[in-house]
Design a binder for this molecule. Structure first.
Ligand code: GLC
Ligand code: GLC
Length: 658
């Protein structure tokens, strides 16, 4: 990246702005003046940083200014096409930019086909989502993709067409409108690291269009691919080791980080940035409020590096962010970086991704269940949970992907844990091989060279419900449900947006039928991507069933979150409870201070009275989950896997002076 000095930039940025704006105004002369003024003000605010970034990335191109103008024109065009109701939402969000930090937010992730059949029928399921309290809905990819294997929709053939099985763009618009009237924000993926090989650009490239071949990363021979593969990891080693795929028709090696039909885009080409900015703003105009940026780590490549998390990847996202602030400010970004926690954190900023998955919390919650100890979880949270203002975590237990053990090796070593041995233990535990295990999980993508492995499975199976069912053992089933509630209790209260994976609210178990399916058998993630069982869901109303107990328990925890302002924002003070099996943290909001306690074992655990007093618990507290009263004069007992939220018991109103 070229980095001339600030004065140079300021001068050139203002000069470019002064030159480009009248040209754009002329091109879009139909826009009424007052509207244009408001837009121009946003442009003026965000242009300097956009200019700097684009110059860093593309300034060496002789036709840089041509590209810059094209990119700005894309922003104007998309803003002009933006529906009025979304422009109204833009205005609302601009006055409340950190709306996503609210404790009212409850996220839910689903596959449209597996949950409802198609977009139309999904509309009919909104009452179920409302029953749970969902206010943020993430639909797994719904755009056109190859038939057969398509990486669960993550191989996109057109960003403008819905996969015909699922419906039409009009139905998406209809759904989005319905969701908005019910106070539910839509989240969709922006799969922008790659397209499918059936995308028009890829098809043109296969027909030897040089212009389109430059949209991707292609090599005539193995010279460069061999060099890259010295330092780049294989994400899906089962599918193809290395990250290139040979296409005999054009006699070229194509960069394919993920599956061989997912072609990585070449962001060194400014035309690609512009085309993708257009696709992104098109998505924004469909009413997307949270855009999940898929596979952010891989956007940029440089020889001699891991080709993950390069500075240019951040700059690209920041440039996209600036365009959204200009042309669709109601939308925010969520980063999907399943990498080392230091790297995850680097994507989180108001001018990059306001939201980020929290893969560290996810992995360490599973770790705490397996080890029955909270040391690594506590240590890592203390170091890494705090975030910059106006950003938030998206906390989850399970999602459509595998569980990777992406904790920091240093954090582990600081506690005397050998990271490699420990990951082996976790894989043994969650594939059910370890004697202390209660889990039914499947291995995912064992890399024979590095020994790296991940885990697939539904939360309920990983928590022991599958084994309990097989054994017909009520006590084990009870423990499994307690584990599920414990994990959900934490993501609901620790700070950030909680995401529930469809089916987890009714304890859905693994589905092994993918093994009979030729397009799925090689990818164990399908064990946890299964049709929503509406019949079992009907049992949610029956407290005598495990589904009923789980569902009722979860609803109670959701209400605890939504009724207490202490759960807004991400500021959390993780404490030492004095008991290695009990996690504890304070949440504070103005006068309300709440202490959350979580027992990660199947035994009763104590917290000493003196410890409670040291933590400042003087008066009587109420556990708002169970209703139980707690005094600091005696030690506190937590039942197996008990999850407590202690709130100071209200004393009778004392008159306050005005
Ligand atoms: C993301 C998705 C994952 C997909 C990959 C490639 O990580 O979550 O499911 O395989 O990107 O698009
Ligand atoms: C890797 C990637 C992540 C992707 C996952 C799919 O962990 O880093 O982006 O979601 O693989 O399994």
């Amino acid at each position: 990246m070229n980095t001339p000095n600030t004065t140079w930039f300021n001068r050139h940025s203002s000069a470019s702005f002064a030159r480009l704006m009248p040209r754009l105004r002329h091109r879009f002369s139909a826009v009424p003046e007052p509207e244009w003024q408001a837009f121009a003000a946003r442009m003026e605010r965000h242009f300097p940083r956009l200019f700097i970034i684009l110059h860093e990335l593309y300034g060496q191109h002789y036709d840089f200014f041509y590209h810059l103008e094209c990119i700005l024109a894309t922003a104007v065009e998309r803003w002009v096409a933006r529906p009025d109701e979304l422009k109204a939402l833009d205005a609302v969000r601009e006055t409340d930019p950190s709306w996503y930090q609210s404790h009212q937010l409850i996220g839910y992730i689903l596959y449209v086909d597996l949950f409802a059949g198609d977009l139309k029928r999904l509309c009919e399921r909104i009452p179920y989502l409302k029953e749970i309290g969902v206010t943020y809905l993430h639909l797994m990819p719904i755009f056109k993709c190859p038939t057969g294997d398509n990486d669960g929709g993550y191989a996109i053939s057109s960003y403008r067409e819905i996969e015909p099985r699922l419906g039409t763009m009009d139905q998406l618009a209809e759904l989005t409108r319905h969701l908005r009237t019910h106070g539910i924000s839509l989240c969709l993926d922006f799969v922008f690291n790659h397209t499918s090989d059936e995308h028009e650009w890829a098809q043109r490239a296969l027909q030897n269009s040089l212009e389109h071949q430059e949209y991707y990363r292609m090599y005539d021979d193995r010279a460069l691919p061999d060099q890259f593969e010295q330092t780049v990891r294989s994400v899906f080693p089962d599918e193809h080791p290395g990250c290139f795929t040979y296409r005999s028709r054009i006699r070229k090696w194509v960069w394919t980080t993920f599956k061989n039909y997912q072609w990585d885009l070449n962001y060194e080409n400014p035309a690609v940035f512009n085309r993708m900015a257009d696709e992104m703003l098109f998505l924004a105009n469909q009413g997307v409020e949270v855009l999940r940026l898929d596979a952010v780590a891989f956007l940029w490549k440089r020889l001699g590096t891991s080709c993950e998390n390069l500075p240019e990847a951040h700059r690209l996202i920041q440039a996209f962010n600036a365009l959204v602030r200009i042309a669709a400010p109601a939308m925010v970004f969520k980063s999907e970086a399943i990498v080392h926690p230091d790297e995850v954190a680097r994507y989180i900023a108001e001018d990059e991704c306001q939201l980020s998955y929290n893969p560290l919390l996810m992995a360490l919650l599973w770790n705490a269940l397996a080890t029955r100890e909270v040391g690594l979880l506590r240590h890592s949270l203390r170091k890494r949970f705090a975030l910059p203002t106006n950003t938030a975590w998206v906390n989850y237990i399970r999602c459509h992907d595998d569980i990777g053990w992406t904790f920091s090796d240093d954090d582990a070593r600081e506690l005397g844990i050998n990271p490699a041995d420990h990951r082996r233990f976790l894989n043994d535990f969650f594939t059910g091989q370890h004697p202390a295990s209660f889990a039914n999980g499947l291995p995912f993508q064992l890399n024979p060279i590095t020994g790296d492995q991940r885990i697939s499975g539904m939360a309920a199976s990983l928590c022991g419900l599958e084994r309990a069912r097989q054994a017909g053992d009520e006590r084990l089933a009870d423990l499994a449900i307690r584990r599920l509630l414990l994990l959900h209790g934490i993501i609901l209260t620790i700070g950030g947006i909680p995401l529930i994976y469809a089916g987890d609210e009714i304890g859905t178990l693994n589905d092994y039928r993918f093994r009979d399916h030729p397009d799925q058998e090689g990818d164990s993630r399908w064990v946890h991507r299964l049709p929503f069982d509406w019949e079992r869901a009907d049992d949610r109303r029956d407290p005598a069933t495990p589904e009923g107990r789980l569902f009722a328990g979860l609803l109670k925890l959701i209400r605890v979150r939504q009724n207490n302002a202490a759960f807004t924002r991400s500021e959390t003070e993780v404490i030492d409870t004095g008991n290695p099996h009990v996690l504890g943290y304070f949440r504070q909001h103005f006068e309300q201070s709440v202490l959350v306690l979580a027992n990660f074992t199947e035994q009763v655990q104590d917290i000493q009275a003196v410890r409670l007093r040291q933590l400042g618990l003087r008066r009587t507290q109420t556990d708002i989950v169970s209703g139980q009263l707690v005094t600091a004069s005696q030690s506190l007992k937590l039942d197996p896997y008990q999850f407590m939220v202690l709130v100071r018991t209200r004393t009778p109103e004392t008159p306050t002076s005005p």
